[in-house]
Structure formats: C-alpha cells, structure tokens
Design a protein around this ligand. Sequence first.
Ligand SMILES: NC(=O)c1ccc[n+]([C@@H]2O[C@H](COP(=O)([O-])OP(=O)(O)OC[C@H]3O[C@@H](n4cnc5c(N)ncnc54)[C@H](OP(=O)(O)O)[C@@H]3O)[C@@H](O)[C@H]2O)c1
Length: 309
Amino acid sequence: MTGPARTWLVTGSSAGLGRALVTELLARGETVAATARDPRTLADLRPPSAQALWTARLDVTDPEQIRQVVDDAARALGRIDVVISNAGYALVGAAEEASGEQVDRQLRTNLTGPIHLAQAVLPHLRAQGGGRIIQISSMAGQRGSPGTAVYCATKWGVEGFFESLAAEVKSFGIGVTIVEPGTVSTGFFGRSKELTAESPAYAGTPAAILRRRAQDGRLPCRGDLARMAAAVVDVATGPTVPLRLALGSDAYAAIRRGLTARLADLEEQREIAFSTDLNAGDGSTPSTPHRGPEGNDDAHHRPGARQSR
Ligand SMILES: NC(=O)c1ccc[n+]([C@@H]2O[C@H](COP(=O)([O-])OP(=O)(O)OC[C@H]3O[C@@H](n4cnc5c(N)ncnc54)[C@H](OP(=O)(O)O)[C@@H]3O)[C@@H](O)[C@H]2O)c1
C-alpha cells in the first residue's frame, strides 16, 4: 500500500487472524494498537519502530475495559483510523447441549463485545471526521449449520447490527465492512474451540458428527491466513467500502448456496406474504410502491408484477 500511514486498533491480536493482521499492518508501515486478553502474547511482535506498536490488555466481554482501552489508544496514537473487531471463538455441539453459561459467554464475546466496541469507537471516528470499522464475521454469518447454532447466532447478529450501523454512520464518513472468512487454519477449531457436553440423544446426528470432527482436529481448511489478512488490509485501505467481503472459495460457495436457497424459499412464500396485506384480495393495486421501514421498494416483488433485474 502507498499513501500515509494510518492508525489501527485490532482485537484478539494474540493469535490466528488477529495476529496475522497485526503482522501484515506492521510490515506495511502502519501504526497499530494491538489488544489481547493477555498482552504478554504480543511481546514478540516486531514493529519497525517503537512508535508503530501500542499494546493493551482487552477482554471484549468487559464493556468498561473496551471504553477505557479505546480512549487510551486514541489518546496515545492521536487518532484511530481503522478498527478491526476480530476477537471470537466457536462453541461446537448441538444447541440443546449448550449450557446457559456457554451460550452467554459466546454471545458476550462474539456479539455484544463487537457492539460495545463500535459504540466506544464511534465518538472518536465522528470527532475526527471519519474512519473505518471492519467486523470479522464468518461464512457462518450467512447460513446456519448444525453443530454451530449458537456461533451462527452471534455471527448473524453481527451481520444485522453492522449492516444497520453502516447506514447510520455513512454520512459521518465512517465506512463499515463485514468480513466473512471461510475455513482457515488458526486456533479456531484447535485450542480456542469450546465443546458442549455430549448428549447420547444426538449421537450420529450432523451436530454430533461436526462436534466429533472438531474434537479430533479433522476439519480441513481452505483459506490461506496471510492472504486473508492481506485482503482485509487491502480492502480496508481501498477507495471503496464494500458492506461485505467473503474470503475463501468455500465461503463464496457456501454463501452463494445459502442466498440462493433463501431467495427460492422467499419466492415460494410470496402468495402467502401478499395474502396478509390489509387490502389483500380486494383487487386494488397500490398506486405508489410501498416503502417499508427498511426503505426498500418492494413494488417489483408484488405477485404478477414484472420482475426487474
Ligand atoms: N478460523 C476460521 O476458520 C474462521 C472462519 C470464519 C471466521 N473466523 C473468525 O475469525 C476471528 C478470529 O478467529 P481465528 O480463526 O483467528 O481464531 P483463533 O486463532 O482462536 O484466535 C481467536 C482470537 O480471539 C481472541 N479472543 C477470544 N475471546 C476473547 C475475548 N473475550 N476477548 C478478547 N479476545 C478474545 C483470542 O485470544 P486468546 O489468545 O486470549 O484466546 C485470539 O486472539 C473470529 O471472530 C472467528 O469467528 C474464523
């Protein structure tokens, strides 16, 4: 990348994708606030100069700590141009098997943590006239799958939150991108994964099969970690702000399959959907397209209306 160095804040920098992102950023001459639950894991990072790297302890399940670290980083570095909300892990096993504590921790880490981080960083980005937020989601944020229901719930949650946020903050010059990686070899299915307590009722079901494969480390990965990190940095520093960024051919294929199936399902339900309108069946046709709370023009989806492409 050419151009002026930016300042970045990254969560979950101890390992995996977060670590690869910090390494890539330092190699490109950027200034990084790298955060981790245990900052000792950051001691062997090699910044080109002492000023290029600022580190802090951050557990994203602690909203007070998030606010403090973000304020401290902004003060220490002068500004924060790009925030990469990366910290996360997967709870693997059947949904019914997950304890209340496991569900709660999964949500606090992967969903409410990123929401609190966005809330903490937005005043800084607005005050400085703009910036970028990169939220690491997953291909699991676009399609549910057995054995990762709670994880999928968190990633679908961030998809909804950050898609909405993107529209709220665009006018402040703040761009939001949701990154959807496919499988990549990190600690994700290794030391970081958490398993539910196995229940015999689920023996042989898809959730149990995934759980067993995760336990045995038999989940092949398609993605290249360094290439994924470089792609995220390229997009975060590029001239356009895509709302979503799929990484890996497995992510592309899974998301495409999921979206195609959802569209087919929606079209199958079209008659029922329109049959529940106030004026259903009276033969009247609204003179103006309905604009829902989402601001979407749905006139071309009316039964019998010509489909526009
Ligand atoms: N690997 C994949 O196949 C894959 C696919 C799609 C999406 N993703 C997403 O990519 C992101 C990074 O995961 P990864 O693959 O790099 O896995 P990883 O190697 O296990 O790294 C996860 C990172 O998140 C940190 N973390 C976990 N809980 C935290 C908390 N409460 N507060 C702060 N940091 C916390 C970990 O820190 P500690 O060292 O303290 O545990 C670690 O730095 C996650 O959001 C994950 O959902 C991964």
